[in-house]
Structure formats: structure tokens, C-alpha cells
Design a protein around this ligand. Structure first.
Ligand SMILES: Nc1ncnc2c1ncn2[C@@H]1O[C@H](COP(=O)(O)OP(=O)(O)OP(=O)(O)O)[C@@H](O)[C@H]1O
Length: 396
């Protein structure tokens, strides 16, 4: 997903957020000993479930921020806390610097209606209304006149690919089309942030892919900030500029898809991403090594954001290392050893001249391999040891 529109400016700022369900929930975040208990012990000792445990992050303007994790890891609770659809137990939440926990009812309503609209898994459409009236509904609540809301609704109906279906009822639509109506309804109010709660999990795989492409396209075209909940890793990697991976209420890693796949923070994350085709996520910027004398002047040129898969194609076609170019400058080169190393999960950080020897000497694997040097990325976690190779060299 393109980060071209993302900035460092936070829209949401979350710090030390807790949501505990059960009796006297405030005592859990207030007591470090209780707060440190694992979920089973906490339940046994207190009868409480900590659905969100001491979570801190920013959602940056223009990014797609994905909250991913298995069922029960706390994704929905976390995202519902952002607009206080669920009341947090402790911590701070701000939107554009404004304290969400201090908002009164009217301000909260305005937050949910205008600033952070939610697209739900069960679309919540009004069955007796046409597509266009369902889409216009949010505008109606805002008190916008009929002519204007019809006009704005028609624009977004068109934008989500439903032109020609304006007058159908929800029952006359497929699941994917209904989800588009739900999306159009959220878009119609032109919110600063769109919050998606597993919007596509009920759709069949092909329609789901269509809808993912739709969201990616909308994001590309509009650069709207999005928070997207999913339990599907492929969806997270496809859509996310950054991903917060949750387990038992905690964020175990927050990073770009490439950081999560290339530098898993712990064994849990490593296991989670084990089967990801690394060549489709990792980029030339990560795979490159410094150019040896003379290399910067020749060979095919690729962008730093090119995937390793694309780089492999360039190297295979030309038979020589590819130059990683940005603004006319050669940042480094990728050769077949580097690229194979990424695919195998054994990328080395040895300097240009030693790289080939190191990889070849180890039969395609560098036993003491460490991650390749990368430009500093905010919030990046480095792995202590590299992930186990996904395939043997013979398989590659
Ligand atoms: N109202 C509630 N009362 C008690 N426990 C709750 C409540 N809502 C959620 N939980 C618990 O909080 C934890 C996190 O739930 P949550 O729904 O946020 O997870 P999730 O990651 O969104 O799961 P899913 O993918 O299945 O929707 C779970 O253990 C759940 O059982």
C-alpha cells in the first residue's frame, strides 16, 4: 500500500490504554501486579478480562493503520475505545489533540458522525430504503437538505462502483454490493478517519479481494486516514501502511508490513508470518547492498520500493545486478545472492565485497545472518535472531 499520502502528524494518539471487563475493573491497570497476570490467572484471581492492556500508538494522518490479531485478541475492543463506543478503563485518547475521554455526549456524537465513521461487518443497512437513501442517511441525520444529500450520495455511490443501482433495496444486492453501500454511507459524511471493523470477513474470497482493491483505490485517490481491523494476515499486509499485531490485549509489534515480516519482534510474530511469501512484501531497499566500484553506473534500475519479486524479475531478465535508484542516485544494488537470501529468510548484512563469499560458503545460508542494514524507520523493532529459513536452498 502506498505511503505517499501518510504523514507523521497523528490523528489519533493513544497512550496507556486499558479496557478491562469484569468487577471493579479500575484496580487492574492501577495495580502492576494484577496488570502483569496472564489472562487465565487474571480471570481466576479477579474475574476480569483485560481486553486491551496498556496499549500506546498513533494513527498518522493519511495512513492505513491495521489492527490485526487472532479472535479474542482485543482488536474490536481497542478500535471501539477510540470513539468510546466502549468506555476505556484507563489511559488517554486524543483526536487531533482533543481529549476524547473528556468529550460530552454531544461532542462524542459529532465525533462518531463527522470525524471517525465506522464501517461494520454487518452493514447495518435500512432494508426498506433504496441504496441512495441508505447512503444519504448519515447526511440526513446531520440535517443536510434533501437535494444536497441526494447529490452527495450520488457522488459516493458512483465512487464505490454502484452507479445504476441507486434505486435497489438492500435485499436486491449481493453481499459485496451491500458492503459497498455500507462503505459509501460512511464516506458520504466525509469523515476525517474511516474505521473498518472486519468489514469483509463475511464475503467470499473473490468479492473480498475486490473490496480490498476498492479500499486500496479509495485510499490512493483520497488519502483518507483509515483504521482497519482484520484477523487476516494477507489482508493486513495488502492494505496496511502499518500494522499493530495484537495478542491477549497487548500490541506485540507495531510496524510496516516489511518490518513485521522481515524483523518479527518475537517468536509469536515469527510464527504468525512464517508462511508469508517474503518476496512479495520485502523491498529492494531492504535487500540491497552497497554498490561495488563500477556497479553504480550500469545494470537495470529499480525503485527502492520495488518488491523483491520485481527485483528478481529485473535481475533474471538482464543477468546482472539491478541498481536501486532514487532521484537519479544509486542507493545500492541487488544481486541474485541478496535476493535469494531474502526469499530464504537469511539476508546477510555483510559489506558488498564479502556478501557473495559469505552466502556461497554457507551453501546459500549464512549461519550467523543478521538483518540487512536499513534506513531508520520509526518504531522499528529489530529481531535478536533471524527467522528460521522458510525453505531449504534446494527448494528456492
Ligand atoms: N462485553 C464484554 N464482556 C466481557 N468480556 C468481553 C466483552 N467484550 C469482549 N470481551 C472479551 O475481551 C476479549 C477481546 O475481545 P474482542 O472482541 O475485542 O476481540 P477481537 O480480537 O475483536 O475478536 P474477534 O476477531 O473474534 O472479533 C475477549 O477475550 C472477549 O471475550
Amino acid at each position: 500500500m502506498s505511503t505517499a499520502t501518510a504523514t507523521q502528524t497523528p490523528v489519533f494518539s493513544v497512550s496507556g490504554l486499558w479496557k478491562v471487563f469484569g468487577p471493579k475493573p479500575e484496580r487492574i491497570p492501577a495495580d502492576p501486579e494484577l496488570g502483569a497476570l496472564d489472562p487465565a490467572d487474571l480471570r481466576a484471581r479477579t474475574g476480569c478480562t483485560a481486553a486491551v492492556r496498556d496499549v500506546s500508538f498513533d494513527v498518522r494522518k493519511g495512513e492505513v493503520f491495521v489492527v490485526m490479531g487472532l479472535s479474542g485478541s482485543g482488536k474490536s475492543t481497542l478500535v471501539r475505545c477510540l470513539t468510546r463506543l466502549i468506555e476505556p478503563t484507563a489511559g488517554t485518547i486524543a483526536i487531533d489533540g482533543e481529549d476524547v475521554r473528556a468529550m460530552d455526549k454531544a461532542r462524542l456524537r459529532e465525533l462518531r458522525r463527522h470525524r471517525a465513521a465506522m464501517v461494520f461487518q454487518h452493514f447495518g443497512l435500512l432494508p426498506h430504503r433504496s441504496v441512495i437513501d441508505n447512503v444519504a442517511y448519515g447526511l440526513e441525520i446531520q440535517g443536510i437538505g434533501k437535494a444536497e444529500r441526494r447529490e452527495r450520495a450520488a457522488e459516493v455511490v458512483d465512487k464505490v462502483g454502484l452507479a445504476g443501482m441507486e434505486h435497489r433495496r438492500p435485499a436486491q444486492l449481493s453481499g459485496g454490493q451491500r458492503q459497498r453501500v455500507g462503505l459509501a454511507r460512511a464516506l458520504a459524511v466525509d469523515p476525517e478517519v474511516l474505521l473498518f471493523d472486519e468489514p469483509f470477513s463475511a464475503l467470499d474470497p473473490l468479492i473480498r479481494r475486490d473490496m480490498q482493491d476498492e479500499v486500496a483505490r479509495l485510499h490512493r485517490e483520497e488519502g483518507r486516514t483509515m483504521v482497519f481491523i482484520t484477523h487476516d494476515l494477507t489482508e493486513a499486509l495488502k492494505l496496511g501502511d502499518r500494522i499493530a499485531l495484537m495478542r491477549d490485549g497487548k500490541v506485540v509489534q507495531l510496524g510496516t508490513p516489511e518490518e513485521i515480516v522481515g524483523s518479527p519482534a518475537d517468536d509469536y510474530v515469527r510464527e504468525f508470518v512464517r508462511d508469508v511469501p517474503r518476496e512479495q512484501v520485502m523491498t529492494a531497499r531492504t535487500a540491497m547492498r552497497p554498490a561495488a566500484p563500477g556497479e553504480a553506473a550500469e545494470g537495470p534500475a529499480i525503485a527502492p520500493e520495488a518488491t523483491v519479486s520485481e527485483a528478481i524479475e529485473a535481475v533474471a531478465r538482464s543477468g546482472e545486478p539491478a541498481r536501486v535508484m532514487a532521484e537519479g542516485k544509486c542507493l545500492g544494488v541487488v544481486d541474485h545472492e541478496r535476493l535469494l537470501g531474502v526469499v530464504a529468510g537469511v539476508a546477510a548484512d555483510t559489506p558488498a565485497a564479502d556478501t557473495t563469499d559469505a552466502v556461497v560458503a554457507a551453501g546459500g545460508r549464512t549461519a550467523e545472518a543478521t538483518p540487512v542494514p536499513q534506513p531508520a524507520a520509526p518504531g522499528k523493532h529489530r529481531q535478536a535472531t533471524p527467522p528460521a529459513p522458510r525453505t531449504s536452498p534446494e527448494d528456492v
